[in-house]
Design a protein around this ligand. Structure first.
Ligand SMILES: Cc1cc2nc3c(=O)[nH]c(=O)nc-3n(C[C@H](O)[C@H](O)[C@H](O)COP(=O)(O)OP(=O)(O)OC[C@H]3O[C@@H](n4cnc5c(N)ncnc54)[C@H](O)[C@@H]3O)c2cc1C
Length: 509
């Protein structure tokens, strides 16, 4: 019998069809799964995120064992646990005399470097749970001046056949955003997402996490799916009850309504409990059955085969250097409000509070509230990146970094977005009901009561004038600014400077 090989399964690789498992031999090889303080504290991950990963890993290990695999599983509270991935791999290798390790490409550059440095014969297999491989994305990107998501998305529609009628997109259009981006109505009785009461495994893990990780965020109430069966139920529930209004409510924000019509499926997708194609097929089926409008199905499928695959392609194409991107030279510390929620700004306060309590905020909260504010305030993108990687249930570097550094902070100098996603308070007022109960006044442009987004928006444009004034998508904003009375502009800049000074002093704004 040849020597056993180690088959590494990471906490976000919980898919029975994982490439490393497909390449392994259950009769010969040993699956290695390891919980560790090292991974749990590489950034201060939200307690719900740690609990989700540990619980889902424990369930997955049991399923593997039931399917006939030998699994060496290192629990966090096992005294023999070396507490880092590398230590545990080396311990298992020496226990069984293994000289080789098979793994699926990890979603973090740091982990890849650690694995490649192991004193073992390491084979890294492609992660083919995605619809577009690194090589296919590189071929698509080759020779293009701009890597715009929309063109990539159309190719993915053609390639998957999703929402296609022959060669043409269903409904004659690729994109129905004109029908989306609506304000959400207050007071509607929205179907709440399916949440899952913790079972014994999750309960045990929650107690462990509460005892060991004093990180931002509350571990309970915990309702995330931790098994594939639960994740499939969550998908079916979303498709039946919230998908019909997903398109219309996609960009809306409402005080006290954290979920609106969102799917909450990102974490299940990112740890491998669901596959992107099966999720999109379920959504397409609902549309073909006449149960959901095309704008909802298209808007949802675009997020998965478009944005999700696209950001992963960017992460792979740009490599580890991307993590240090800072095209705008921003260096301010992350405001304390991102951790303690202390602010008079209703929108920011709501986003941070629900992030703390639920490990969740939807895309527009991440992009146009917390992201927008950090960008306008000139926060160091590395600090913003660390915050987003820490606080969300679905945060994994391959998806978080391009969204944060690229889409949200424009730190990559325009690889992901042709212009920065910045807005004044008017956008937040249009898309939400936060401004009604805010400590600032969205209609005020200067002075003590002026919405900080109003002040910082113009200050951002002013300080980055040389870079953006010739951007055709921003020219109109500069014309508007230039037409304002010189005295008014000076007041805006002075008030913005005062606000930034208060942030620098660590004062709540
Ligand atoms: C600054 C910033 C950081 C982000 N960090 C993450 C992250 O760490 N992990 C993550 O999965 N998403 C991230 N996103 C994208 C998006 O906000 C989340 O995928 C979404 O909010 C998850 O909630 P949901 O499952 O209810 O999504 P829905 O609104 O229901 O969308 C459906 C699915 O589409 C996918 N999706 C939607 N938008 C994106 C996107 N921009 N990039 C990739 N996939 C997308 C997700 O898989 C999501 O589950 C980030 C966005 C921003 C602006």
């Amino acid at each position: 019998m040849p020597k056993p090989r180690l088959i590494l399964v990471l906490g976000d690789q919980l898919s029975p069809g994982l490439s490393a498992l497909r390449a392994a031999d259950p009769a010969r090889d040993l699956v290695v799964m390891a919980e560790g303080m090292g991974e749990g504290t590489s950034v201060p991950h939200h307690p719900q995120k740690i609990a989700l990963i540990l619980s889902a890993m424990r369930h997955f290990a049991k399923d593997l064992q039931a399917a006939g695999w030998r699994v060496a599983y290192s629990r966090l509270d096992d005294p023999a646990n070396g507490q880092t991935l590398v230590a545990e791999i080396l311990r298992r290798a020496s226990e069984v005399g293994a000289g080789a390790l098979l793994c699926t490409h990890p979603g973090e550059w740091r982990v890849l470097a650690d694995l490649q440095a192991l004193p073992l014969d390491v084979s890294v297999l492609p992660d083919d749970r995605f619809l577009c491989s690194h090589a296919e994305f590189a071929a698509w990107a080759e020779g293009r001046k701009e890597l715009r998501m929309e063109w990539f998305y159309r190719e993915m529609r053609r390639r998957t056949g999703l929402l296609m009628q022959g060669d043409t997109p269903a409904g004659g259009q690729w994109n129905f955003d004109a029908e989306n981006r609506k304000r959400a109505e207050r007071g509607l009785l929205r179907p709440q997402p399916l949440r899952f009461a913790p079972d014994a495994v999750t309960d045990e893990v929650l107690a462990l996490v509460e005892a060991r990780f004093a990180h931002f965020g509350t571990a309970r109430p915990f309702g995330w799916p931790v098994t594939r069966v639960q994740a499939l139920e969550a998908l079916a529930d979303f498709a039946a009850h919230r998908l019909p209004s997903f398109g219309a409510e996609q960009d809306a924000m409402l005080e006290g309504e954290p979920w609106l019509s969102h799917s909450l499926l990102s974490a299940a997708l990112n740890i491998g409990l669901l596959g992107p194609l099966e999720v999109c097929r379920a959504v397409e089926d609902a549309w073909r059955a006449g149960k959901v409008p095309l704008n909802a199905a298209e808007g949802f499928i675009r997020q998965i085969i478009g944005w999700r695959e696209y950001v992963r392609g960017i992460w792979a194409l740009k490599g580890p250097e991307y993590l240090g991107a800072n095209a705008l030279g921003h260096s301010r510390a992350l405001p304390a409000a991102y951790w303690d929620g202390e602010t008079r700004m209703a929108c920011l306060g709501a986003a941070v509070a629900q992030t703390r309590d639920l490990a969740y905020a939807h895309h527009i909260q991440r992009l146009m509230v917390t992201g927008n504010f950090a960008l306008l305030a000139g926060v160091d993108p590395a600090a913003v990146h660390e915050w987003y990687l820490s606080v969300y249930i679905d945060a994994f570097e391959w998806v978080e970094a391009p969204n944060t550094l690229g889409m949200s902070q424009w730190a990559d100098g325009g690889v992901v977005g042709s212009k920065p996603y910045v807005s004044s308070g008017a956008y937040i007022d249009r898309m939400s009901d936060h401004c009604r109960g805010c400590g600032y006044k969205v209609a005020e442009k200067t002075g003590e009561a002026a919405c900080p987004f109003n002040l910082l928006y113009w200050q951002f444009l002013d300080r980055h004038r040389a870079r953006f004034v010739r951007n055709p998508r921003m020219a109109q904003m500069y014309r508007t600014w230039d037409r304002m009375d010189a005295g008014h502009r000076a007041r805006v800049l002075a008030d913005a400077a005062m606000l930034l000074t208060r942030l620098d002093r660590g004062e709540a704004v």
